[in-house]
Design a binder for this molecule. Structure first.
Ligand SMILES: NC(=O)c1ccc[n+]([C@@H]2O[C@H](COP(=O)([O-])OP(=O)(O)OC[C@H]3O[C@@H](n4cnc5c(N)ncnc54)[C@H](O)[C@@H]3O)[C@@H](O)[C@H]2O)c1
Length: 341
């Protein structure tokens, strides 16, 4: 057990900040050193009253220059990730960055360049990997519970009607739903089935008609080992938020929802039959599990081990999402080009 207490600064006190703040307070090796936001309303004051940080700031550069800060959690709009993350890395801090790593491959590459140059850590918070249901599904697949994968599908269905972000930052031509939200489903399938090589996608625009991007996309992927896959992503659907997922293998099937309380596990018997009645595996509907994410990040720092979700992972997910958007725009298949390791 480490005796070191890491001073953590959280940049961005928006919707996702509360999950991070709860995670920092739950972590025995962390001190909530500072929170920062440049909004003009009382969001910093409200978080200060609730979480009791040692300091508050309105300009993140105060914390970049503060030698007491060890770790920065960057939870600001996607188009600010490069600037803020690079500044903290250059100042010798470790960074846990919200997903998506960035909106473009170029921004991801630049952050990775700074990470390498400085030797500091950059973990990308693809938090679906800490959702207990996704973790359980991954364990089952890895243990061979459904045989060899055949077809994998996941979805990101989330109505953004009231989720425009502070100052409408989500409502821009650059912030494609497939990158901002679809990255969760894409990242999960990459985690399960590896890096897809090719994508064919279609998209449409019928829900958020005042937004400058298509709101609904369907994408099919070629994964390694002859596995095929599909992602449905919509930021306009009229239903509660879900990432419904089906994983089909040669010897069984797993069906669940990200926020569901049980998972259906079909398994053939040793004669290859009798899969009619699925086992109902109990699940924990815990979506934004930043507590586990922060815990894993800190454990890796203390043990001197690689980041649980490295920057190449974050950048590869962005590469798949970008290729998906490109395919939908071009109306043809696109080969996926990954950043160099
Ligand atoms: N992991 C997840 O499931 C998940 C869910 C939602 C959002 N996110 C990601 O988290 C990030 C924040 O999203 P949100 O929903 O909390 O948005 P939000 O609009 O609710 O909050 C963003 C906050 O960042 C602040 N901010 C902007 N620029 C800043 C700067 N230069 N310095 C300090 N503060 C600044 C804004 O004032 C605002 O309070 C985004 O990258 C988003 O994609 C992740």
């Amino acid at each position: 057990m480490s005796e070191k207490k890491f001073n953590v600064a959280l940049i961005g006190c928006g919707v996702i900040a509360d999950f991070h703040l709860q995670g920092v307070l739950a972590q025995k090796d962390c001190v909530l050193y500072a929170i920062c936001d440049n909004a003009t309303d009382d969001r910093v004051e409200r978080r200060r009253a609730k979480y009791n940080p040692l300091h508050t700031a309105t300009d993140y550069r105060e914390l970049v220059n503060d030698p007491n800060v060890d770790i920065a959690i960057v939870a600001t709009p996607d188009n600010s990730h490069l600037e803020i993350t690079s500044a903290f890395l250059k100042a010798g801090k470790q960074v846990l960055l919200e997903k998506p790593m960035a909106l473009t491959i170029e921004e991801c590459n630049e952050m990775r360049r700074v990470e390498k140059e400085t030797g500091n850590r950059l973990m990308v918070g693809q938090v679906a990997r800490y959702n207990p249901n996704f973790k359980k599904a991954k364990q089952l697949v890895d243990s061979g519970a459904i045989g060899e994968l055949v077809f994998v599908e996941s979805e990101y269905a989330h109505d953004y009607m009231r989720s425009r972000g502070y100052d409408d930052w989500r409502v821009t031509p650059e912030r494609e739903g497939m990158i901002g939200g679809g990255c969760h489903a894409v990242d999960f399938l990459r985690w399960i089935a590896g890096n897809p090589t090719e994508v064919t996608a279609y998209s449409t625009h019928k829900y958020l008609t005042d937004w400058p991007v298509d709101d609904t996309t369907i994408a099919i992927y070629k994964f390694p080992n002859n596995v095929i896959g599909k992602v449905f992503c919509s930021i306009g659907v009229k239903r509660d938020y879900t990432m419904r997922t089906c994983l089909y293998g040669t010897e069984g099937t797993i069906i669940f929802e990200s926020h569901g309380t049980e998972m259906k596990l079909y398994q053939v018997d040793k004669n290859g039959k009798n899969y009619t009645f699925p086992k109902m595996v109990p699940c924990q509907p815990k979506g934004h599990n930043m507590t586990a994410e922060i815990d894993d990040f800190i454990k890796a720092i203390v043990a001197g081990e690689p980041n649980p979700i490295s920057s190449i992972e974050g950048a590869s997910t962005v590469a798949v999402c970008r290729a998906t958007v490109e395919s939908a725009k071009l109306g043809q298949p696109v080969q996926i080009v990954y950043p160099e390791a």
